[in-house]
Ligand binder design. Sequence first.
Ligand code: HPA
Length: 249
Amino acid sequence: MTDQDQRWGIIGGTGVTSLEGLEIKERREMSTPWGAPSAPLVVGEIEGASAVFLPRHGDPHRIAPHEVNYRANLWAMRELGVTRIIAVNAVGSMHGSMVPGSLVLPDQLIDYTWGRGHTYYEGQLEQTEHIDFTFPYCETLRQKMAESARRHGLPCTAGGVYGCTQGPRLETAAEIVRLERDGCDIVGMTGMPEAALARELELDYACLALVVNWAAGKTAELITMDDIRRNLEAGIGHVGQVLRDLMQA
Ligand code: HPA
């Protein structure tokens, strides 16, 4: 398969309900054996490349992280021929150099979520597979994004451990200390089971995380939605730049 035959999938996170530069061809209302995706899938072209966009929390933003139908979202993308996915995730940071407004391209994750539909291997199966998940993200996609960030001089850390919590509440200060002790650098609520489901479907998948706050207890101040919104606005242009570069390549 050449790069031209591949179709990109972009999953938008908090603050990303549309994709700048996407020339929309159609909106596909879909149903899957796992239920309905978060929203109609937006099919179009960006920088000449075929792409499908899906806002993870719906449009408008209304689905909480633990209620997102991750299985339906990825299934629907694959139905539309998507082969590689960039997942945009807003995160908090525990790491001094991963500052609010900057990007992180994690290379590992730890899953703290529970009770989410987290696998396609469920029900009356003839056979269960145990997917390898040693390296949860696609290295090629990570490297391409890192290169783009470097080229444009964007604030970006290539590497880090994403801790995925259940939400929708933010963490306690003690929980963040525990996550740090576990080796986490950033914390979010939507990275899992999405990454594992993508692997089960054999889709290339990488996370483009945007830091929108210091994690709980990392500063003297409490976390406010206003601060999160401000940092989202500050960093969302970087996300768009990296995505456009990828599509052009
Ligand atoms: N914790 C969990 N999820 C998040 C955070 C956070 O601090 N910020 C954005 N998503």
